[in-house]
Design a protein around this ligand. Sequence first.
Ligand code: XIL
Length: 377
Amino acid sequence: MKFIKPLFYLLTTVLILSSCCQNAQEPKEALSIKNAFKENFYIGAALSASQIEESDTLVSSLIKKEFNSITAENMMKSMHIHPSKDTFNFELPDKFVALGEKNNMFIHGHTLIWHSQLAPFMTQIIDSTEMVSFMQNHINTIVGRYKGKINSWDVVNEALNDDGTLRNSVFLDALGEEFLALAFKLAADADPEAELFYNDYSMTNPAKREGAIKLIKKLQESGVKVDGIGMQGHWNLETPSIEEIEKSILDYASLGVKVAITELDITVIPSPWNLQGADVNQNFEGSEFMNPYPESLPDSIQTKLAKRYADIFKLFLKHQDKISRVTFWGVNDGQSWKNDWPIKGRTNYPLLFDREFKPKKAYYNILALKEEKNKSE
Ligand code: XIL
């Protein structure tokens, strides 16, 4: 029995060591989508004005728990931040940036040059000199104020038509396509460290993709800095296909820029544009066909949505080296702009959290996907 004593010592040492290491371990991180993907890409959300104001503590803690990047849904668009020629309104944008800083989040600025939600005075600018001085003032003032604080910017938003040609806008009218390079140059001068993005929707559509590639190549050839392409990701249950999304990620990444999925939401109710030979008009408002789930989402559609989100995230994981950020366009279904667009007053279910801010099946599917990946590695 002479080996009993050494065995006893060995066991005691193992026990002491394991208990000491356990104490030294970090507390287990909370289960959340941002933690699940922390080694892959940022998980962001677009915040409404009341979310920026932190008016509901439960919602604020959900945002902190689940997301490590934020975008202001509306508050940095020209009509809000620069409402008249010599007035800037920084109250909410300042709170937005402070919120991101307080929580160590990646802060994304949306958006500097966009044809929509324009401040009314901007529609009066027709002359090129006046437009250049507007852009200088707008971009220098806003990007300059948040230099070193806002990590990336949508410098130009939605400059393309669906066929890949340049969209008519106050900017194109006044300056021709030069407005694009000017915007990127001014943004880079105002904050050389900020990442600069071109952002648009339907970026998986082949004609638009070709247009976007041409646009970025031209900017690169002209010597301005472009760091990334934002694919908005306002998608449906069936379209775009995973293949189309994949091809777009690969094609954009091959330009040597980052790809971000910037405005992800998946609509589960019909789009008027899917209707063949029917006019898109007010007649559809409130019709049962266009608003099929006014009370709750049937289980079968909930499951379909969850599968769609899992398929999409599986693809994002496959190309994690190319994707820097995945941002949802809103926190929960009740808040989503998809309840009011393209038809007002419908009940849509496009996000990961329901109207009570509870995680949906899609949320758990995405987390499970990550666990599977971890196990297989
Ligand atoms: C939307 C907001 O979510 C709505 O609240 C607002 O009424 C209209 O704009 N592409 C963009 C976003 O780049 O800024 C848009 O956000 C959605 C489409």
